[in-house]
Design a protein around this ligand. Sequence first.
Ligand code: FES
Ligand code: FES
Length: 154
Amino acid sequence: MAKFTLDVNGKSHVIDADPDMPLLYALRNDIGLNNPKFGCGLAQCGACTVHLNGQPVRSCITPVSAVGDAKVVTLAGLGTPEKPHPLQTAYIEEQVTQCGYCINGWIMTAAALLNRVKKPTDDQIKDALTGLKCRCATHMAIMRAVKRAAAMMG
Ligand code: FES
Ligand code: FES
């Protein structure tokens, strides 16, 4: 066990953990953030995605010891109920959500894309979102929501 200080959604958290423990476990079990989800645990579905210094990473395979002083942002840190991220607004307006389990991965991955590319093409959106899984088959609605959010971000 060792002590790690994690900067998550702008707050500092000190946790005791095995260095190999996945960041996902620290976020969910030690810090109490349940927005990153455990799906496959094998980097295959994206449900656990968070940002490390703005880059989307799969927290189920990211050891807590690899985070260092990187800024971790989760879906809960992307926007607030009063000031949601455009993707969060677009998800509601396009009524994307079915069971909701996958939302975290799609929004966090799309948010990183929109930070990088202001007006992504359909192909750029599909490329960025490759590998994410939605068992409820909301893929067409997700495309509409990402494009709506891109338009809102102007
Ligand atoms: S839970 Fe991390 S990619 Fe599936
Ligand atoms: S909304 Fe159910 S898995 Fe995507």
